[in-house]
Design a protein around this ligand. Structure first.
Ligand SMILES: Nc1ncnc2c1ncn2[C@@H]1O[C@H](COP(=O)(O)OP(=O)(O)OP(=O)(O)O)[C@@H](O)[C@H]1O
Ligand SMILES: [Mg+2]
Length: 304
């Protein structure tokens, strides 16, 4: 277990040790959330490194990562705890067959730790050998409002109540990261409990750093061209703009094809790594790819 960073620079250094490239604005809010013990709410486009920051923090701090993946219809039974009914039934049958225990003893036994199935939120509130875990509540915008209200309560007191069992309170608040793709607005009451940061697409310089960290096998010149091309592509009116994850994927595809530099044909053939909608792909095949590439090459050479 590593201690919480002491400064913003410390935070940047800690995260970069795991290959996560963090700008000053994001590092500031991460640092403050760690220091103040407040949940961090991250919103942004797809593939810009929201989920990854929770993974990076867990690795860097040597804490367990507990992930609650949100989806429509997620309820407390899947998020907090469940009783293991089949095992409880067997226990009842065995007790009936042997007939040597009274009813109250059996009932007490049935609702004990042995039959409790831990789900992510209960796990995050339970004591952990390595210190408070990192709790990632991923893609909160996919759940519905009742679940959000329920979560609000759990995040306010860092405790969950199980009627038959009692209240489990975190000995030390977990490090909470909440992410959203903003397919809907998350309620203000929940946001108010958290520190907020909008994770934007990185600048070209930072994206190049990320590419170096995540795909060091990509040659320098190709990396520069890839980043410039993606940055240029993001300024176009697309149905879905490529994220950092797509930049990395695309660069790896190009290396697998032994491409040393971008050319219009290779771009057209590999657009599926960058763009995931047929309308976007159709637009940038052929002459459009060449037009963008000419602009990018002029820029890259101009900068060299
Ligand atoms: N700042 C960064 N430093 C290092 N790697 C990054 C960074 N940002 C993104 N990545 C890379 O991009 C990939 C995608 O990031 P991640 O899954 O965190 O995106 P996301 O914002 O959670 O997207 P989604 O909204 O689709 O879930 C990561 O696996 C990581 O390799
Ligand atoms: Mg994510």
């Amino acid at each position: 277990m590593t201690a919480i960073p002491r400064s913003i620079d410390d935070t940047i250094g800690l995260l970069s040790g795991t290959g996560y490239v963090c700008g000053r604005a994001l590092a500031t809010v991460v640092f403050l959330s760690l220091r103040l013990g407040r949940p961090l709410f991250l919103e942004g486009e797809a593939g810009v490194g929201k989920t990854e920051i929770a993974k990076a923090l867990s690795t860097a701090l040597g804490r367990r990562l507990i992930r609650l993946q949100c989806y429509e219809g997620l309820d407390a039974a899947s998020a907090v705890y469940e009783w293991n009914y089949p095992a409880q039934m067997i226990e009842i049958r065995l007790a009936e067959a042997s007939g040597d225990r009274d009813r109250e003893a059996i009932a007490n036994d049935l609702f004990s730790e042995r039959f409790l199935v831990h789900r992510p939120l209960l796990d995050a509130m339970s004591p952990q050998p390595g210190g408070a875990p990192v709790l990632l509540i991923d893609e909160l915008d996919r759940t519905d409002e009742p679940f959000e209200a329920f979560l609000l309560e759990a995040l306010s007191d860092f405790q969950v109540t199980i009627p038959e069992f009692g209240t489990v309170k975190a000995p030390e608040p977990p490090i909470v990261i909440v992410t959203s793709n903003r397919t809907r607005e998350v309620h203000d009451a929940l946001k108010r409990r958290c520190l907020y940061h909008w994770v934007d697409y990185p600048t070209a310089e930072r994206e190049l750093e990320i590419l170096h960290a995540r795909a060091p096998e990509v040659p320098e010149q190709l990396s520069r061209e890839v980043v410039s091309f993606v940055q240029r592509l993001r300024t176009e009116d697309l149905f879905k703009r490529p994220g950092v994850a797509e930049t990395i994927d695309w660069a790896r595809c190009l290396v697998a094809l032994d491409a040393m530099a971008l050319d219009p044909q290779t771009i057209s053939d590999t657009l599926g790594a960058l763009l995931k909608y047929q309308d976007d792909i159709a637009r940038f095949q052929g002459s459009e790819a060449k037009r963008l590439l000419d602009q990018v090459k002029a820029g890259v050479e101009g900068a060299a």
